[in-house]
Design a protein around this ligand. Structure first.
Ligand code: ATP
Length: 418
């Protein structure tokens, strides 16, 4: 990921560059906006991070010209002089975020992580992509690597549709990509257990039992005997089961020595948009449609959803969206409601109960305002009416929470109530 940093203060430019050393970002840092434009002409960047006050050209003008050169460029504006007018203008020019100076490096790195998810692209193998950018999946990837060095049975635990069987295929590919792999729904095993001819064909490869919770009691004994037998010893066993299901002791003994947790999609925000693009592209290819393009409002909608059905839900949504979309640009997901999704709030900083409750109430207020605005299609009067507020007081609260009127429509940032 290429990042172009434009900051005229030498010490601060060095500090930010150093903070990104060893990260996924390869940084070009310049002090001068003209030099930044020349750098962009020479080679595109994924993200431009620029100061507002620069010698010879304002950060806003730089954003305008840079986006002319490279329309898809993601932009972050930094400034100690956070004039609302400038912020609005930056957003209108297509900036993704604003960092008021001084900021701590953690906030800077967290913002770049979010942008990384926005600019990430699916990996090159379209037949079986493996997306694992965020920290929880990186941890899982590490565990898969360690498991691949052994032939131990592995139990993948995770919610429905979280990607357990994909993880099993990944582990198989790490262990012995050319060997045979079979995924078998556990409920299809009868009282005779796995077919010995199948086990024979799988020698040297892997057998994955999907949805182990649905194994019939009659199949348990035959299955464990097959695992202990000579054919069972000649292959790698894997299984998938919901996070909370307790396995019968016989199975837990054989399969539970190496348990790997597959994180739910709501904990994989870094991967979410990349997966969405992958599923949309895949569905578009299947339907013979042009490559789809997600607008920012639609991206935000995906990021706001709680994904109780995990990757499977996202995949189904992508298929449905392509089927009903008219052109390649996806502006919104009309049927992606928030009903049933839990209200997610950040933890307050430690403090007395009273102080923490106040902080939680404030975060909740922000979320409720966002929801009301979204449901009113970004229109202030109906949103205000639904909330029992005047338009003026709703606009005031939106301003206090830094909520633009409609994501992706910076012209409508609430500046003043009618
Ligand atoms: N890391 C990943 N990268 C890319 N695609 C993935 C990844 N993980 C899962 N998928 C895709 O998401 C979809 C759902 O994943 P998968 O079938 O593995 O879920 P599961 O947890 O096994 O589901 P179930 O609980 O129904 O057995 C599949 O199309 C799969 O290819």
């Amino acid at each position: 990921m290429d990042l172009l940093l434009v900051e005229d203060k030498d010490s601060f430019r060095r500090l930010l560059t150093q903070a990104l050393e060893g990260s996924a970002w390869s940084v070009r840092a310049v002090a001068d906006p003209q030099e930044a434009l020349r750098a962009l002409e020479a080679a595109p960047a994924h993200v431009l991070v620029t100061d507002l006050r620069l010698p010879g050209m304002s950060g806003l003008e730089l954003i305008r010209r840079a986006r002319q050169l490279q329309p898809g460029l993601r932009v972050v504006l930094m400034s100690a002089f956070g004039e609302p007018r400038d912020i609005v203008e930056a957003m209108r020019l297509g900036a993704d975020d604003f960092l008021p100076k001084p900021f701590d490096l953690d906030a800077f790195l967290a913002l770049l992580d979010r942008l990384r998810a926005l600019v990430g692209a699916p990996p090159p193998d379209p037949a079986e992509p493996w997306i694992a950018h965020g920290a929880p999946m990186q941890a899982l990837e590490g565990a898969l690597g360690r498991a691949a060095a052994t032939a131990l049975p592995v139990l993948f635990r995770g919610e429905r549709g979280a990607g357990k069987s994909r993880c099993a295929r990944r582990l198989h590919a790490l262990r012995h990509p050319a060997a045979p792999f079979l995924s078998l729904a556990a409920e299809t095993l009868g009282p005779e257990g796995p077919d010995p001819r199948t086990l024979q064909l799988l020698q040297g490869g892997s057998l994955y039992l999907a949805d182990l919770a649905h194994l019939s009691p009659g199949a348990l004994g035959p299955l464990t005997r097959a695992m202990d037998g000579p054919l069972g010893a000649g292959l790698c066993w894997m299984a998938g089961v919901d996070a909370e299901v307790a396995l019968p002791p016989d199975l837990a003994q054989r399969l539970g020595s190496l348990e790997l947790k597959v994180p739910p999609l709501r904990e994989r925000r870094e991967d979410l948009l990349i997966l969405a693009r992958l599923f949309l592209t895949r569905a578009a290819r299947r339907e013979g449609r042009p490559e789809p393009w997600l607008e920012r409002a639609a991206e935000r909608q995906l990021l706001d959803h709680a994904w109780p059905g995990n990757l499977r839900e996202l995949e189904v949504l992508a298929g449905r969206t392509i089927l009903f979309s008219e052109g390649p640009v996806i502006r919104a997901f009309p049927d992606l409601g928030l009903d049933g999704a839990p209200l997610r709030l950040p933890w307050p900083a430690p403090g007395t109960l009273e102080v923490m409750l106040k902080a939680v109430a404030r975060s909740a207020e922000g979320e409720l305002l966002r929801k009301a605005l979204r449901e009113a299609g970004g229109d202030l009067p109906p949103a205000a009416e639904g909330l029992g507020l005047t338009v003026r007081s709703l606009a005031q609260r939106l301003r206090e929470h830094g909520i633009p009127l409609e994501d992706g429509d910076p012209d409508s940032v609430p500046r003043k109530a009618p």
